[in-house]
Design a protein around this ligand. Structure first.
Ligand SMILES: [Zn+2]
Length: 181
């Protein structure tokens, strides 16, 4: 299936079933109407996301589960969860309500920045400067693409501490025990 707009095209090669909805049908759909804002939605700003983190429905939930809930923000998959928490410097067990205002702002900003970077660089979450530096040291794509995801036992790109792996909300999560508090 191909979707074309004035600005670009989206090509879908592997879907077995495709539904097309108008806005009224979308609002009435039992699952899709419960989705949160898309993480790549240009109208989703960091202040708006910071406010959403502190809404009653979300502020008391641990980040590890919250960031997999498509009703909070849609489009964040399992690798982005680990990467966003790394760049925000936070462990998965924190709840938004426990964070300082500065930490909430940083988390909201990194959520959007990491997702946009990954989108633009086809799934690479490290900053271009870091990627170039790591490539210069001979690291291969699998080891320079992410800060932490699927890198357990490998040295953190920032502090060289070995990355650790955990299971949070039934999915694997990776973190740096030194950079994330
Ligand atoms: Zn580190």
């Amino acid at each position: 299936m191909a979707l074309h707009t004035r600005l670009g095209s989206a090509w879908l090669y592997s879907a077995t079933e495709v539904h097309v909805f108008n806005p009224t049908e979308l609002a009435a759909h039992p699952f899709l109407c419960r989705l949160g804002p898309d993480v790549l939605d240009p109208t989703l700003t960091a202040p708006r996301l910071a406010a959403r983190l502190l809404e009653r429905a979300f502020k008391g939930r641990a980040l590890g589960g919250l960031y997999l809930d498509q009703g909070f923000v849609a489009g964040v998959g399992n690798y982005l969860r680990s990467e966003i928490l790394f760049f925000a410097g936070l462990r998965a067990g924190h709840r938004p309500a426990d964070l300082s205002p500065a930490q909430v702002q940083r988390l909201a900003g990194e959520t959007l920045a990491v997702a946009q970077r990954a989108y633009r660089a086809r799934g690479v979450t490290n900053e271009p400067q870091r990627v170039a530096q790591l490539a210069g040291r001979g690291l291969r794509y699998a080891n320079l693409r992410f800060a932490v995801f699927a890198r357990d036992g490998e040295p953190c790109h920032v502090c060289a501490t070995p990355i650790e792996r955990a299971v949070v909300s039934s999915r694997r999560l990776y973190y740096c025990p030194r950079c994330q508090h």
